[in-house]
Structure formats: structure tokens, C-alpha cells
Design a binder for this molecule. Structure first.
Ligand code: NAI
Length: 362
């Protein structure tokens, strides 16, 4: 089998470029995948992860880079989609030399790919990568970066939830509604803050009890639920803010909520669940539309980070989400399918304009 047919993703999805990076001395093994640059440079984080094998790493980077292209396109950003993975255990294997070697490979792509934080990498790591590359976002504020992207991720999820409320109930407020938040880490706990301010009743769960305790010490009115009981609890909105794949067949059947809207990437455990939710009358705000605030935050760094400008852009997630619900209704498809169509149309329609030669413009 040839390299280009090696995985279903490479064969079917048609990534532009996949770069295998190796620096033996530092032990770096990384893969950078550029899915599309139709709308602009590909932006996506670097995941540092102990993959079971290289195939798993290839598969992950291909999937993640494609998702970034769709996320950027729907968010109205002039960015393509890319992602990188560094193979290894971040706790054990992360070194300055490895991060800087990775930075040199990012730089070598000449701006086709901008990196950022992801699972296993933090703002401090991006500061190190940035010593070798100018194409780095997600740096610390001290180095001109946007800092922790959870701030606008949570804000954007809240905007998507308001849009879902508007669509479902004719009013955007969550006042008086019960919202079940699964996972109160960096994003979940800031989402709780927005919800409490808006007058919602919040019930929260986390595998880490300390995370729930932290939220309850800031907001004593938040109720705690166990991870097992949350999915079937009485609520109006279910917000998956933990790991991907939490909306399983079982959860889709158990849910009492009218809306599913949260921060986690790849919330649906498998394709087809968007239809199960729709058939049960549950309005699903597509994950990559709802959680685009973090991407908006780091993307702003490319122009020189300004929080208010990034926040205003993240606020547009309200209108984007509403428009996707309307497209879904008009085209008779679940919102997740509508979101994919909106992204694909923008990549095709706006991306095509870049083939018109304008001297002095790329
Ligand atoms: P985090 O790691 O700070 O928080 C996740 C929380 O979920 C942790 O407190 C963890 O203990 C908890 N958790 C894990 N499994 C659980 C389960 N089965 N049930 C309940 N709680 C569980 O991560 P963060 O940054 O808050 O991200 C949350 C989700 O949002 C992730 O899926 C992430 O990929 C996604 N996301 C985050 C963005 C960001 O800017 N931080 C941007 C876009 C998406």
C-alpha cells in the first residue's frame, strides 16, 4: 500500500501535507498535518501524547487537523486547519531541546502552519517553541501571547448555549434553566461562572472531586452530582466539558435535556448520534462551533493580541450557532451536518477567491 493510501483519512479526506519530523539527538518524533490552507495558514495546537504506536499518532493528527479546518471556517476566520503531535509522555519526555527542535520544523514550513497549545502542551511550552519559530500562538502574556485559551472557549460555549436557548425556547437567557456541566476543569468552571451570572441553576460532576469542590467554594449554590448520575439527571441543558466521546448511545437515550452544548471536542462517540439526538428532539450545538472561542483567542495573536477584539469575535459564536440551526432546519439535516456543510461551502467559496491573481497579494 502506498503512503497516500495508508489510512482512510489520508485517502478520503485529502490532506494537503503531512510532515514527519525527526531529530535523533533530542529524541523528537513529531508529525505535522496540514489539512487545508484554502482560507489561510493552518492553525492548530500541538498534542504531546504517549500514543500506543505510530499509526495511532498519524490517525489522530489527520483527524484533528481536519477538524481544525472546519472549526476555523465556521468561526469566520481566515485560517486553514492543521495540527501537530509529538510522540511521547509529556510528563517524562518533554525537554527544551525537543520543543526547540519541533519549533525549527514549524519554522521550516514558512507560515503554512501555526502551532498552539493542546493536550500535554502549555503556554510555557509555546514560549520555548517560539524561540525557534515566529509561527507560534498560545504563548504567555509576558511574551505577547493570548495566555490560557479556556477564557474565550468558555465564553464562546456560553454564547452557543444562549443561541440554542433562543432557538429552543425563544429567549436567549439561561435564567431559571438547569444546566448539567460534565467536567469542571479550566473551561467547565469558567462556563459555570457565566451560567451562574445569567441566573441558571448548575449541577456539576467531575471525576476529580477537587474540581467540583473548587467550583462549589466559589459558587456554593452549584449542586454536585456523581459522574454516574449526571447524564440522567433532570436538566434543560447538558454541557459536555470533559473528554471527547461522552455522548454515547446510552447517554443519548438517557438524556432528559432539551439542549446539548459544551466545550469538549468530538463529543459524539460515533457518527449517527447527531441523528439520534435530533430524533429525540434534543438540540445539539455542534462541538466545533460552540468551542471555537479558544481558537479565536489564539488566532488573534497573529495580529498582536488584543483581548477585547478577540472577545468581540468570540461573541459572534452566538449568531453563527443560530445560523447553523436555521440552515439545519431549512435543509432538513441535524445541526452537526449543517455545520459541516457551512464550513465546506466557505472553504470552497472564499478559498476559491485566492486563485484569482492579485499582484502583491497572496
Ligand atoms: P481540563 O483538563 O482542564 O478539564 C477537563 C475536566 O474534565 C477535568 O477536571 C477532568 O477531571 C474532568 N473529567 C475527565 N473525565 C471526566 C468524566 N468522565 N466525567 C466528568 N469529568 C471528567 O480541560 P479543559 O481545558 O477544561 O477542556 C475541556 C474540554 O474542552 C476538552 O475536551 C478540550 O479538548 C475541550 N476544549 C478546550 C479548549 C481550551 O481552550 N481549553 C478549546 C476547545 C476545546
Amino acid at each position: 500500500m502506498g503512503v497516500f493510501d495508508r489510512t482512510d483519512h489520508l485517502k478520503d479526506a485529502g490532506h494537503e501535507q503531512v510532515v514527519f519530523c525527526q531529530d535523533r539527538a533530542s529524541g523528537l518524533k513529531a508529525i505535522i498535518a496540514v489539512y487545508s490552507t484554502a482560507l489561510g495558514p493552518a492553525l492548530g495546537g500541538t498534542r504531546f501524547y504517549p500514543y500506543a504506536d505510530e499509526d495511532a499518532a498519524v490517525d489522530d493528527v489527520l483527524k484533528l487537523s481536519k477538524a481544525m479546518a472546519y472549526k476555523a471556517a465556521c468561526a469566520g476566520l481566515d485560517l486553514g486547519g492543521g495540527k501537530a503531535v509529538i510522540l511521547g509522555d509529556p510528563e517524562r519526555d518533554k525537554t527544551e531541546a525537543k520543543l526547540r527542535a519541533f519549533g525549527r520544523f514549524v519554522q521550516a514550513l514558512g507560515g503554512r502552519y501555526y502551532t498552539a497549545c493542546d493536550v500535554g502542551t502549555y503556554v510555557q511550552d509555546m514560549d520555548v517553541v517560539a524561540k525557534e519559530s515566529q509561527f507560534v500562538t498560545g504563548r504567555s502574556p509576558e511574551h505577547g501571547g493570548a495566555g490560557d485559551s479556556a477564557v474565550l472557549t468558555a465564553y464562546g460555549v456560553f454564547q452557543a448555549m444562549r443561541a440554542a436557548a433562543q432557538h429552543a425556547w425563544g429567549t436567549p437567557t439561561l435564567d431559571g434553566r438547569t444546566v448539567a456541566v460534565e467536567g469542571v476543569g479550566k473551561v467547565g468552571r469558567q462556563l459555570v461562572e457565566h451560567l451562574v451570572e445569567d441566573g441558571a441553576q448548575v449541577v456539576a460532576s467531575d471525576v476529580d472531586e477537587r474540581a467540583v469542590d473548587r467550583v462549589r467554594s466559589a459558587f456554593p449554590m452549584v449542586r454536585a452530582a456523581s459522574v454516574a448520575e449526571l447524564p440522567a439527571s433532570a436538566c434543560d441543558v447538558y454541557a459536555p466539558c470533559a473528554l471527547g466521546g461522552s455522548v454515547t448511545d446510552q447517554l443519548a437515550q438517557q438524556l432528559q435535556a432539551r439542549i446539548v452544548c459544551g466545550a469538549a471536542n468530538n463529543q459524539l462517540a460515533h457518527p449517527g448520534l447527531e441523528k439520534v439526538l435530533a430524533d429525540r428532539g434534543i438540540l445539539y450545538a455542534p462541538d466545533y462551533v460552540a468551542n471555537a472561542g479558544g481558537l479565536v483567542q489564539v488566532a488573534d495573536e497573529i495580529e498582536g493580541f488584543r483581548f477585547e477584539r478577540a472577545k468581540a469575535k468570540a461573541a459572534e459564536i452566538y449568531d453563527t450557532t443560530l445560523a447553523i440551526f436555521r440552515t439545519a432546519e431549512a435543509e432538513g439535516v441535524p445541526p452537526a451536518v449543517a455545520a459541516d456543510r457551512v464550513a465546506e461551502r466557505r472553504m470552497a467559496d472564499v478559498g476559491r477567491l485566492r486563485t484569482l491573481l492579485v499582484p502583491g497579494r497572496s
